[in-house]
Design a protein around this ligand. Structure first.
Ligand code: FPP
Length: 236
């Protein structure tokens, strides 16, 4: 969800006004994903590197997360949306952690859409976390080192249980991943747009999905194999 700061600066406002405007784009994206039957939507709200931002911006972002969790959770629940926060939430204050736990508990049985909010998240953190869990299992003889493969590793990643990532959209004009879902990106399609996040409305999300639907995903096979043979592409 990149571009909030620039969106605000273009309007001679504080960067934090951009984050507030970004909340409306979050609502639209969630509503679109729910309507389209997308299985899971993961929004990058706060990276492990964002702690280095000015203190007042961090403070506004924390208040905003808290506010959004409280104000939106009933609506999410009513729409059968399951909310999960992925990332190291131990760094957040207890009040925010309690709101996260309450929102996750309330929505845990919902199935129409999984909404992952990546907060204090880093793709490298995610991979290290999975490695640590597996190492613990090997140490306590719950599994052997030979049991570690891509499938078992995936089960210890924060998005475990979800299908492989299909489409990664980055708003704001930069063409990089910035430590987001690194493991999950293996065979994902990328879509970059110059649109700043607060302006990323439903029609633009639909355009990205349409672009994705026109791509040929080969997963290492040749185009001919995909077109002519009955081979199921296998993502890792
Ligand atoms: C990146 O834009 C955006 C963020 C670091 C924060 C995103 C947060 C929200 C949209 C608020 C609510 C979200 C949820 C899910 C509760 P930037 O500040 O890096 O923009 P810039 O590149 O223009 O400076």
């Amino acid at each position: 969800m990149d571009g909030n700061g620039r969106w605000a600066q273009q309007r001679n406002k504080r960067r934090t006004a951009g984050h507030k405007a970004g909340v409306e784009a979050v609502r639209e994206a969630v509503s679109y994903a729910r309507k389209k039957g997308i299985q899971a939507l993961t929004l990058f709200a706060f990276s492990s590197e964002n702690w280095q931002r000015p203190k007042d911006e961090i403070s506004v972002l924390m208040d905003l997360f808290s506010f959004v969790l409280k104000s939106e959770v009933k609506k999410l629940n009513k729409n059968d949306i399951r909310l999960k926060v992925i990332g190291d939430i131990s760094a957040f204050d207890e009040k925010l952690r309690e709101k996260i736990r309450a929102a996750e508990a309330l929505t845990k049985s919902n199935q129409s859409l999984i909404l992952n909010i990546a907060a204090n998240y880093g793709g490298r953190w995610d991979i290290i976390n999975a490695a640590k869990s597996l190492f613990q299992k090997v140490s306590s003889n719950e599994c052997s080192i030979d049991d570690i493969d891509e499938a078992s590793f995936s089960q210890h990643i924060s998005t475990h249980g979800l299908a492989d990532l299909d489409l990664l959209i980055r708003t704001g004009g930069d063409h990089r991943i910035s430590n987001f879902l690194l493991w999950q990106c293996a065979y994902a399609e990328f879509y970059f747009t110059d649109t700043l996040w607060p302006d990323f409305k439903e029609d633009l999300f639909a355009k990205a999905v349409e672009d994705f639907s026109l791509r040929q995903r080969r997963f290492g096979l040749t185009g001919e194999q995909i077109m002519t043979q009955d081979i199921e592409p296998k993502a890792c």
